[in-house]
Design a protein around this ligand. Structure first.
Ligand code: AGP
Length: 614
């Protein structure tokens, strides 16, 4: 999952490319490169490391030309190094290309090209693609636009590409399949292109989202032309971006992750606004109201997602089964798509994704769609592939989430899924109005309660300083808090690199309790609710083996306070809303531990914000 950017216009390309790459760096950050056309030749710079390393590598920049492409990488083929970094040149050096995705049949293409005298410098599938396009161009005499189209019709895999021909500085060719690509349309045939809208927003609000298997020619004279891989003309559909520039700045915080944790009162408010009315007692989810028939006839709900979104799906399982009384199965999208699952046309599939670009979730959707299921998407990125692939859906309005570790998107997803479950329950007539009113009022008070919990930041930081050198950690929860235990463990793993596992608290006795000793921190969500007494017993089992207990408790709790080594108090709420509040201290804790261990919290090693390849 790389970040790609391109510019064609009257401005100096280099600055625009570098700024754009920095905005996209959350997509991959193990190597970077740019290529511009200047006086009929390529100026290509690339190296291992971050965009800032590339800037150091380029040093003082001179006139860089008005057309260029840039790339920040998350390695799939070949280790992160200077040679495997993008952009890649074609065999005769006349073409240069950047790519986000995976060319699955690159090995067979490479073998053919080697037989035809091509020589390769890198281990990448991408270099094979630009050589293949050159080969098609030379063999068929086609222009670059057609050569790209013909070449891509023989390629298997996922791609978003931009390619330049050094003999034509007035043109860029781009194409996509599975990997996202947005074109920014400026004035007088000035064009910006990128993996998402963040590098484009400061220059233009007019964008075109390239669809799967579309190829675009961006030309200073002839403007924008789009065709499909089967050479059908497509009229560009220009949309206006809603996103604001300040939404993608740090806003005075040390990191995007800390900013996004503190944005949650606002992001939850924005995600529930207009979807419920305490005055009229109505919950309004257009994706349900307009498809009442599919929801009312649904015999089962299948939830497909990955990572943190999967944890939000697990919370939704408890919500839908409790409120709407529909059986729910929560599926890892990557397993679901290859398991040949039994899917009925009466199934509703809920696909959850912050980025809306996760390849496994997208593939799971396509498969379920083929089998006649009704697909409902819950996405954060407007105009994303998943949002456009579903029959209906609801956006979370969390705003851009830049930190790789998902925080505000999780609570926004759970808030939207909460309203979805309430709406379906009302449509199916299985919930009383007074219960709905009470739950909506409680949901409405969550942002305020989170603002209260954010004030425990210093106390959480103090606890983090005690456990920052741990090598392992366990997270325990029951019922609605079990998914939160999984989410807490994932947050610690992905940004501090401490091995951590989440478990249903009762599952401890069936094995994990063997891990407990005086070196094992055990984070327990022990709020007042249906399984409180049971959780207290689980805490006693851990204490009996000298484990360290850090408990999230309901304010005023006395029992767990006696047992635990540390407690973090949160305001009381209905069990079903505890996930939204209890996850906050766990987000803060993992953040502070990671900072104290000197980790890059926004760009953890080996990770990327959206996983656009399998
Ligand atoms: C979470 O912090 C991770 N970034 C990752 O697990 C993420 O949730 C997963 O890749 C799914 O992404 P999506 O929500 O964009 O589909």
């Amino acid at each position: 999952m790389c970040g790609i950017v391109g510019y064609l216009g009257d401005r100096q390309a280099y600055d625009i490319l570098i700024k754009g790459l920095k905005r996209l760096e959350y997509r991959g950050y193990d190597s970077a490169g740019v290529a511009m056309i200047d006086e009929g030749d390529f100026r290509l710079f690339k190296c291992k490391g971050k965009v800032s390393d590339l800037e150091d590598n380029v040093g003082v920049k001179v006139n860089t030309g008005n057309v260029g492409i840039g790339h920040t990488r998350w390695a799939t083929h070949g280790p992160p190094n200077d040679v495997n970094a993008h952009p890649h040149l074609s065999n005769d050096g006349s073409l240069v290309l950047i790519h986000n995705g995976i060319i699955e049949n690159y090995a067979s293409l490479k073998a053919e090209l080697i037989n035809r005298g091509h020589t390769f410098k890198s281990d990448t599938d991408t270099e094979v693609l630009v050589h293949f396009i050159e080969d098609i161009r030379d063999k068929t005499g086609a222009n670059l636009f057609d050569a790209v189209r013909i070449a891509l019709s023989e390629v298997i895999g996922a791609y978003a590409i931009v390619i330049l021909d050094k003999s034509n500085p007035n043109q860029m060719i781009a194409a996509r399949k599975s990997s996202p690509l947005v074109i920014g349309v400026g004035k007088d045939n000035e064009f910006f292109i990128a993996s998402d809208a963040t590098p484009i927003i400061e220059y233009t609000r007019n964008v075109v989202y390239l669809e799967d298997e579309e190829i675009a020619r961006l030309d200073r004279t002839e403007g924008l032309k789009i065709v499909t891989i089967s050479n059908q003309n497509k009229d560009p559909y220009v949309q206006e971006l809603e996103m604001k520039l300040e939404a993608i700045e740090k806003g005075g915080y040390d990191s995007f992750m800390l900013k996004e944790i503190h944005e949650q009162p606002r992001s939850i408010n924005d995600s529930i606004r207009g979807r419920m009315s305490l005055a009229t007692g109505a919950v309004r989810m257009s994706g349900v109201d307009e498809h009442e028939d599919r929801w009312n006839k649904a015999t089962r709900i299948l939830i497909v997602a990955c990572g943190t979104s999967w944890h939000a799906g697990l919370v939704a399982e408890y919500l839908f089964e409790e409120f709407a009384r529909i059986p729910v199965e929560v599926e890892y999208a990557s397993e679901f798509r290859y398991r040949n699952p039994v899917i009925y046309p009466t199934d509703v599939v809920i696909a959850i994704s912050q980025s809306g670009e996760t390849a496994d979730t997208l593939a799971a959707i396509e498969m379920a769609k083929e089998k006649g299921a009704f697909i409902f998407g819950v996405c954060n990125v407007v105009g994303s592939s998943i949002a456009r692939a579903t029959h209906s859906g609801a956006y979370t309005h969390a705003g851009p989430e830049i930190g790789v570790a998902s925080t505000k998107a999780f609570t926004a997803q759970v808030s939207v899924l909460y309203l979805l479950a309430l709406s379906v329950a009302m449509h199916r007539g299985v919930m009383k109005q007074e219960r709905l009113n009470r739950l909506m009022a409680e949901l409405n008070s969550v942002p305020e309660k989170i603002a209260e919990v954010l004030k425990t930041n210093d106390a959480v930081k103090a606890i983090a300083s005690i456990y920052k050198d741990s090598t392992n950690a366990l997270y325990l929860g029951r019922g609605y808090s079990f998914p939160v235990a999984l989410e807490g463990a994932l947050k610690l793993k992905e940004i501090s690199y401490i091995h951590a596992e989440g478990y249903p608290a009762a599952e401890m006795k069936h094995g994990p309790i063997a891990l407990i000793d005086e070196n094992m921190p055990v984070f327990v969500i022990a709020t007042h609710g249906a399984s409180y007494e049971k959780v207290v017993s689980n805490i006693q089992e851990v204490k009996a083996r000298k484990g360290n207990i850090i408990a999230i408790v309901t304010e005023g709790d006395k029992v767990v306070k006696e047992l635990a080594d540390h407690v973090i108090e949160i305001p009381k709420s209905d069990d079903s809303l505890v996930p939204l509040i209890s996850v906050i201290p766990l987000q803060l804790l993992s953040y502070h531990v990671a900072v104290m261990r000197g980790c890059n919290v926004d760009q953890p090693r080996n990770l990327a914000k959206s996983v656009t390849v399998e």
